[in-house]
Design a protein around this ligand. Structure first.
Ligand code: FES
Ligand code: FES
Length: 158
């Protein structure tokens, strides 16, 4: 019987990574199930809620819509790659300071969307922040606090 497995190499959270694929795996499943990155959440599985957001080459991507085979040679970032309990990313710190963390389910996706924005636009306006975070739905309705957090992280607000 023919073995259709193939290996894809990419950069994951700053380190080289290789996974064996059959070819029909979604990126979200490989990240969560094969690589144990549970910060990546699944909501709708259809590109509507944004909870599965990760960064691919620094741009926000719905990992439920991307096939894992497409990440060959690219750099994938999840929230595990930007901070940890001892060294929080400035956006994570700002989330805590402003009380933006409610149930937390959407937070990894929002934080990555905010990181992508601040990396390309360090002093965004409120409208730019709203636009950048709009792909991620928050059932707790923390949108205003997310905006405040990004302003704090950008140094526009203390
Ligand atoms: S899980 Fe909802 S957009 Fe991917
Ligand atoms: S903080 Fe609960 S879904 Fe956003």
């Amino acid at each position: 019987m023919k073995d259709d497995k193939f290996t894809v190499s990419f950069t994951l959270n700053g380190k080289p990574c290789s996974v064996d694929l059959k070819g029909n795996e979604r990126l979200i499943d490989v990240l969560r199930d094969s690589l144990d990155l549970k910060s990546v959440k699944e909501g709708c599985g259809a590109g509507d809620c944004g909870l599965c957001m990760v960064l691919v080459d620094d741009k926000p991507v719905h990992s439920c819509l991307m096939m894992a085979g497409q990440i060959r040679g690219k750099a994938v970032t999840t929230v595990e790659g930007i901070g940890d309990n001892r060294t929080l990313h400035p956006i994570q710190k700002a989330f805590l300071e402003t009380g933006a963390v409610q149930c937390g389910y959407c937070n990894p996706a929002v934080i990555l969307a905010a990181k992508s924005l601040l990396d390309s636009n360090p002093r965004p306006s409120r409208a730019e922040i709203r636009r950048a975070l709009s792909p991620v739905l928050c059932r707790c309705g923390s949108y205003v606090r997310f905006e405040e957090s990004v302003l704090v992280a950008s140094g526009e607000k203390s």
